[in-house]
Design a protein around this ligand. Structure first.
Ligand SMILES: Nc1ncnc2c1ncn2[C@@H]1O[C@H](COP(=O)(O)OP(=O)(O)OP(=O)(O)O)[C@@H](O)[C@H]1O
Ligand SMILES: Cc1ncc(CO)c(N)n1
Length: 268
């Protein structure tokens, strides 16, 4: 069994954050562990409150895990503020963490700020150099390059610029553009496209969390980066294709579709 750690925020409605990450780890045959950075009161219609954890508690969670259990990959999601960012970096360096996937979570689909605006610089300076891959969506990539992105060509240009900030691979996700769901990967040398059909659904709560966790799970299982992203793209596409119309807003993706079908269960 390969073990994967998520360092992220809790989403009370279970569609994004820690909860999406752990479901993804399980669905992909890995053992999931978590260090919670913040608790959000959240449902499919929005985010209604956030409480950050004390940095000592964030550090204690991470250190406890590394002291006791081998960690084959780490996914970093919502980090909330600069102090938490510095703490995570220190812990991961001290514990020689490997296969680090950084999802630079900034704003929720419902437009709530999940990263303090002043913490963006710390995220770039401290977390990007640790990242084997960083996975910004279009608004996050726009914030990182301080420009607008409307085409795949502009996604490629942004990937080049973000690579210059220190991550070993940059995956700019095209979920927020119209047309096919195209993601662009740059490794400092090659530019690769990962294409999937755009699925007509409003239920895309937690797609970014799920995708980055799937990449971490496949890296933990020993896949090379390009193969891990390809397999994760297939996983997120299936999870979106069978997403759940839960709640009154943007519903979550379906992590266990194949298992449900095998067990003869219905989504209702
Ligand atoms: N409607 C869709 N159909 C098919 N693929 C999609 C759709 N929406 C997003 N994707 C894909 O899902 C993955 C996650 O990308 P997306 O840009 O949605 O992440 P995100 O905005 O970070 O999500 P989050 O809501 O968790 O912040 C990417 O591979 C993207 O191409
Ligand atoms: C806790 C949490 N992390 C990430 C996201 C992604 O948007 C979210 N909605 N909530």
């Amino acid at each position: 069994m390969k073990n994967v750690l998520t360092i992220a925020g809790s989403d009370s409605c279970g569609g994004a954050g820690i909860q999406a990450d752990l479901k993804t780890f399980s669905a992909l045959g890995t053992y999931g562990m978590s260090a919670i950075t913040a608790v959000t009161a959240q449902n499919t219609t929005g985010v209604f409150g956030v409480r950050e954890l004390e940095v000592e508690m964030v550090a204690a969670q991470i250190n406890c895990i590394f002291e006791d259990i081998e960690v084959h990959a780490v996914k970093i999601g919502m980090v909330s503020g600069s102090e938490i960012i510095e703490t995570i970096s220190k812990c991961l360096l001290e514990n020689r963490a490997r296969n680090i996937v950084v999802d630079p979570v900034m704003v929720s689909k419902s437009k709530y700020k999940l990263l303090r605006p002043e913490a963006c610089k710390a995220l770039v300076r401290v977390l990007l150099p640790l990242a084997d891959v960083v996975t910004p969506n279009i608004p996050e990539a726009e914030e990182l390059v301080k420009g607008t992105i409307k085409t795949v060509e502009e996604m490629k240009q942004a990937a080049r610029e973000i690579y210059g900030l220190g991550a070993r691979h940059v995956l700019v996700k095209g979920g927020h553009l119209a047309g096919e769901a195209v993601d662009v990967l740059y490794d400092g040398d090659r530019m690769l496209l990962f294409e999937g059909p755009r699925i007509a659904t409003q239920n895309t709560h937690g797609t970014g969390c799920t995708f980055s966790s799937a990449i971490a799970a496949y890296l933990a299982r020993g896949y090379a980066m390009t193969e891990a992203i390809g397999a994760a793209k297939e996983y997120i596409s299936t999870a979106i294709a069978h997403s759940l119309a839960l709640g009154r807003g943007v519903g979550p993706t379906h992590h266990f579709y194949a298992l449900y079908k095998k067990a003869g269960l219905n989504d209702d």
